[in-house]
Write a protein of this length. Sequence first.
Length: 638
Amino acid sequence: MKPSILLTMLLTALFVIASGCGNVAGCPTCGTTTADGYADIVNIAVPEHNPTGEPGGPFNSFDISWVDPVHHLLYVSDRIGLDIPVIDTINNVAVNAIQGFNSIAGAGFQASMCDPSIPPIVDVFGNFTRFGCRNKPFQLASGFGPNGFFGGFPGAQCCASRANGVNPMSGPDGLLVTPDGNFLFVGNGSASVVVFDLTTMDLTKSPPTPPNVIATIPTGVSADYDGPTGIAGCVASWNGEAGSAADCGDDRADEMAYDPVHKVLGVINGDPGLPLVTFIDMSHIVSKTGTPAQQHCLPGVNATDNATPYGPSGPGFPSQGLSTAPLTPGAGTSFNPPSCIIGQIYYDGAGSLGAGLNPGIPVDTNGGAFPCPDPSNPQTFGGVSGSAATGIPGIGTTPSGGSYTIPCHHAPILDQATGAFCNQATGAPITPPLTDTCLGSIAPAGLGGNAWFQTATGNSLFLQTNLNAIPVTNIGSVDVIDPRLGNPNGPVVVASFVTPNCMPASVVQGPGNNFLVGCGDHDGEAFPPNMYVIKLAPDGLSFTLLATINQVGGVDEIWYNPGDNKYYLAARDMPNGSQMGVIDAATNTWLQNVPTNSNSHSIAVDPSNNHAFVPMQSGAPCAPSLSSNGCVGVFAQQ
């Protein structure tokens, strides 16, 4: 770590001590009384940020936050510093910055190493290795050689913001820490998930030892950040054509949720024209068991496979000598996919029930005749919907003849005539009757946050928010996906819950079977504040509406804190400016809104002290000393 980072930490600690909370009611002992409401008790400096421009300028582009309650650490996606700042939630000071070789905080000096046990693989897509592991003998033509470092994050390309629409190309994005505090999953702009082994991070040393990268898992095709094609065309497309350019690939891997029971990660590529959800078996990665391919989610089963390009099926870029032909059954370019992918769900609007369903597979697949993904977006993993991926030559089959299945299906179906969702569960009552008007669902505004639910029978279901279930901006849904672990036919959508007057951007489990559904704004559409509290049935296939809350809304990330049994909301799109909302999870009633800062859309809470951490870009709320730099605000009840 550079001396400037150490200086930042020292100055931050002195600022915390000197400022205390003397201007807040209930001080000098803040956050310990309940006579007054919530307030910003202190602001934390983020390493390596300054007001003099980008990169390394103000902390103005960030994404998801996550608190590890075991070690009392906060992790934040920092797309200006191109790293993950780590903040001590007890002492309110930054203690590390997890970074790659291209970061601002340390300029690669503290870049995370790739686990040395990862076998060398070949990758004709420089972007997978550029933002992943580059173990020998890999050598990329653009100059990134076999130095053994984690490549890094693309950051906030062209100062990513909601206004200019480049967020889908940026990273880091969604992230989470496993409940034991041992592993960090980070969604990256290169359509991939990076896995850090936090047990190798040592905060007692000076400088701290960074964590090793143990896996970089592609969920789709990345844009060509470092190759000859570049990303200029895609950036231009996002600034006027909704990212429709073919060289955008599948954009960033973003929001995610982890099932600690079955060790499965669900993650979205929620921005491309045809969004998708990917389910990844992390069991061998977090247990560090099995073959090297299993421990690091590699494609190969032997040296022959490792000599075949790593990545999903689909077109490449002409300048790299790869085919750009659309993917069709039995044809197209394909590469070695990751061996830990369980399956995918595509929100592509494909299929029609007129052709019938595949036997025993309750999903709209047009009788198996429709390729998955939709041929109009042939840039992701191959396979025919509802069948084993090994059924198509060259897809899902390793060069040595070994095989593994990456099944994929289409998203929930909707009766266009009535506006009601069709029930896709085999044998379940269906109202209204299934007709040819039931078409595959799309996601015009993209996909949002997600969560897992453990049913009474021990099955895990994945809840996925769909901002627009149909091309009507105020109609969204919460889709229930059964990953069908162990079933070679892969995941299917088993239910969809309509969310009227709401573009659901997030969902979080509260006490028991209760869930808070966060409604956000999108695509220039602003809605009155609105939130739903629902209670899922024990099987997860139906729900009861417990409360509608209209004092707060326009949210992105939301958080349930078991420490005080409250929901905390990053309500960036409130009519009177960004707010931190607080809801009592015991009574499902709104408690208070507290002003934060423009576009404050991320929040996480430490249950040990009930302090809420809100990243804030530069501005007055970060005053007095950090107003030009941005900060992480600490909010507590007085």
